[in-house]
Design a protein around this ligand. Structure first.
Ligand SMILES: *[C@@H]1O[C@H](CO)[C@@H](O)[C@H](O)[C@H]1NC(C)=O
Length: 410
């Protein structure tokens, strides 16, 4: 023992505990006010449009002067919400949305006339937390099937809404809830700072188009932790203007894996830096972990690491692609490309359904630099199939890599 417990020390410890308990019990030091959507006329039968009641409740939540202002969405009910925006700035320091009940989207026609690309929008709110065991059901299947055929208003129905968008948020916390079947992405963060997202379940069928799990753009200091994401597109996509992004403990699949980009579309100057992906399992995903940039753009993707990644029967486990171009994009032939540098793949294991397990397709002129591989072992999930690595103009170092990465340039 470094310190001997003395009577004086014990008394101080006791005093400290008493003070802690007092500060928790004494009102005034930190005030909490709660607002229940039922008191505002929300019905929660899954049929009545509860948006007006939620908006009325939100006004009071947002205007409350207490330190913590709490919106209660009670359990054992399902609230139908039409497209709605919860807007700040608010007066209270912290806003907690207690999501014990469920929220369901209207049918596709319930969106008509609205040009929103969002179903549930949260804008300019500081200190927002959404927490609880509730489920948010985006009723997306109607949007996934031939979304533009027989469409009377082009540009609305052709662009399905994202389920949850957070814009200009600061100190956001998302915790514990489930999102199923969004028309487009489950969750989008734009222009956010200091967010923690954890213990979520984001679920949609593997064949549902564009149902990204979490899209992060223009945001800084974002943590995504311990969540299950099984969806139809990227489990997590980190795009332009993002930095200090930490992704750990994600179980992904089905889906398209964890992606940085695409960056540089339409010749944009895009930057992404300090993205660290750790302790994730990707099962039967269409791609694994990848960085994709489009030729013609400027900027960089740098200081990116993937560590402790496990692949289970993944397709295309590791990709860096500076020639990314898919159907419908105008694919540039210009010399310019986004710089990709300081990318580490360390402690990666698992199996692949496709033979090209490492694919570093870097630009002829710009190339990729300081690409580091350490202890990366990817085997075939298909008996008898040989796996291999491919590089084009990729520079860096490799140690303990299978299949061997001899193609990496010094
Ligand atoms: C790794 O991720 C799993 C979830 O896939 C989680 O349960 C576990 O606690 C994580 N381990 C560490 C060391 O973070």
């Amino acid at each position: 023992m470094l310190f001997k417990s003395t009577p004086m020390f014990d008394i101080m410890k006791l005093l400290f505990s008493v003070l802690m308990v007092l500060s928790m019990l004494t009102p005034g030091l930190s005030s909490t006010t709660t607002f229940n959507v039922l008191k505002y006329g929300a019905v929660g039968d899954g049929k009545t449009n509860d948006s007006p009641a939620f908006l009325k409740a939100w006004t009071d939540v947002c205007q409350s002067n207490s330190d913590v202002s709490q919106l209660i969405i009670p359990a054992a009910r399902t609230f139908l919400l039409k497209p709605i925006t919860f807007a700040g700035p608010c007066k209270s320091k912290y806003i907690l949305i207690q999501l014990s009940g469920n929220i369901v989207a209207p049918t596709k026609s319930g969106f008509s006339g609205s040009h929103l690309n969002t179903w549930l929008g949260f804008k300019s709110i500081n200190g927002l937390a959404i927490s609880g065991k509730g489920t948010i059901d985006g009723q997306g299947s109607a949007w996934w099937k031939q979304p533009c055929l027989g469409n009377p208003i082009p540009g609305t129905e052709c662009r399905p809404p994202t389920a949850l968008t957070f814009n200009r948020c600061y100190r956001l916390q998302l915790k514990g809830f489930t999102s199923i079947n969004p028309p487009r992405s489950h969750i989008t963060l734009t222009s956010c700072k200091k967010a923690i997202i954890k213990n979520l379940h984001l679920i949609a069928p593997g064949e549902s188009p564009n149902t990204d799990g979490i899209d992060i753009s223009g945001s800084r200091d974002i943590q995504v932790l311990n969540s299950f994401i099984g969806t139809g597109d990227d489990c997590i996509a980190v795009s332009a203007g993002s930095s200090l992004i930490k992704i750990t403990g994600i179980t992904c699949g089905p889906g398209h894996g964890i992606s940085i980009g695409s960056l540089g579309g339409s010749g944009e100057f895009d930057t992404v830096e300090d993205v660290h992906v750790k302790n994730c399992t990707l099962t039967e995903t269409l791609t694994g972990v990848r960085i994709k940039t489009i030729k013609g753009g400027g900027g960089f993707a740098r200081r990116i690491s993937f560590e402790g990644i496990r692949f289970v029967r993944a397709n295309n486990p590791i990709i860096i692609d500076q020639y990314y171009c898919v159907n419908g994009m105008k694919c540039e032939t210009k010399d310019q490309a986004i710089k990709v540098s300081d990318v580490t793949f360390r402690g990666i294991t698992g199996t692949s359904l496709m033979d090209k397990v490492i694919n570093l397709n870097c630009d002829q002129n710009v190339g990729c630099s300081n690409i580091v591989f350490e202890k990366v072992y990817i085997a075939s999930a298909v008996p008898g199939m040989k796996v291999f690595s491919f590089c084009h103009n990729a520079h860096g170092t490799a140690s303990h890599v299978k299949p061997s990465l001899n193609c990496l340039l010094k």
